[in-house]
Design a protein around this ligand. Structure first.
Ligand SMILES: [Fe+2]
Ligand SMILES: [Fe+2]
Length: 273
């Protein structure tokens, strides 16, 4: 199975890049399953149902989120009725929506996608390691699903690396989101879990983590907020990770970054036909 994970989609330029390029990438590379993090898709803050539908129509099988999940209040409503939309699983009991779900990939494999948020330099939520542990006990590779993708939405690289080792051999992929800057450490851990500390964003890289530069510069130098943070309007680059997963073991065989567009060194997976 071939899987593609695309990082946080930021604003209109990010959406345009994903919606126009994803269908072609799916057919070119034969991706069986696509996960997109959409937490910044609506003007940098949250996601609307219409934007969610567009990402699904472009080929996403599941849209994950993070700390910005509720920035657009309508997400509180559609989170419950759209089972392809995930919010971090470690929100308090009773939070709308779901943090994990099993989907059927194009090749027939059952893929568990888990969205979970870190605690370091983030809002205090339930323990992410316990939450992941609970889910993996309830649905394991070979016993309930054929592959497992964990979107670990977290600030600290240390916490993300720790999660990678925590589930090594039990998940197909642990991928970091939230920092919007891709790291250069994509790899397969000793137990067979693909890992990357942060997948980066799908957005305008001539920016401060996707947002137009002027206001961040003013805020940092004067300490006075003087305007709204707006997404960068320049052409967006896509940043993602492709993983080839063994059909029998559900573990990673090959892993390669995908970077297309201005501001990032170009990279496309070459897994052959
Ligand atoms: Fe984000
Ligand atoms: Fe985030």
């Amino acid at each position: 199975m071939r899987l593609l994970f695309l990082g946080d989609v930021v604003g209109r330029s990010g959406r345009t890049a994903v919606n126009t390029q994803l269908p072609g990438l799916i057919s070119k590379h034969g991706f069986d399953f696509v996960v997109v993090n959409g937490e910044n898709a609506a003007g940098g803050f949250g996601i609307t149902e219409e934007i969610l539908r567009d990402l699904l129509a472009a080929g996403a099988d599941c849209v994950t989120t993070g700390n910005h999940v509720w920035d657009q209040r309508e997400a509180l409503t559609f989170a419950d009725r759209n089972d392809r939309f995930l919010r971090p699983i470690n929100y308090p009991t009773g939070t709308p929506g779901r943090g994990a779900n099993v989907y059927t990939a194009k090749n027939g494999a059952r893929v568990l996608v888990l969205n979970v948020m870190g605690l370091l330099f983030m809002r205090a939520l339930d323990d992410p390691f316990q939450a992941v542990s609970r889910e993996l006990s309830a649905c394991a590779i070979g016993n309930g699903c054929d592959a497992i993708v964990i979107d670990f939405h977290a600030e600290a690289s240390s916490e993300k690396q720790t999660m990678g080792y925590f589930v090594d051999g039990r998940a197909s992929l642990v991928i970091g989101t939230h920092t919007h800057v891709p790291t250069a450490d994509w790899k397969i851990l000793a137990g067979g879990t693909a890992y990357m500390t942060d997948v980066g964003m799908c957005g305008d890289y001539d920016s401060v983590i996707g947002m137009e530069k002027d206001e961040p510069l003013r805020r940092s130098t004067t300490k006075i907020p003087s305007g709204r943070l707006e997404p960068g309007g320049g052409q967006a680059a896509l940043s993602g990770l492709a993983v080839e997963i063994d059909d029998q073991s559900g573990l990673a065989r090959r892993v390669a970054p995908l970077r297309i567009g201005p501001g990032l060194p170009p990279a496309e997976p070459d897994f052959g036909s």
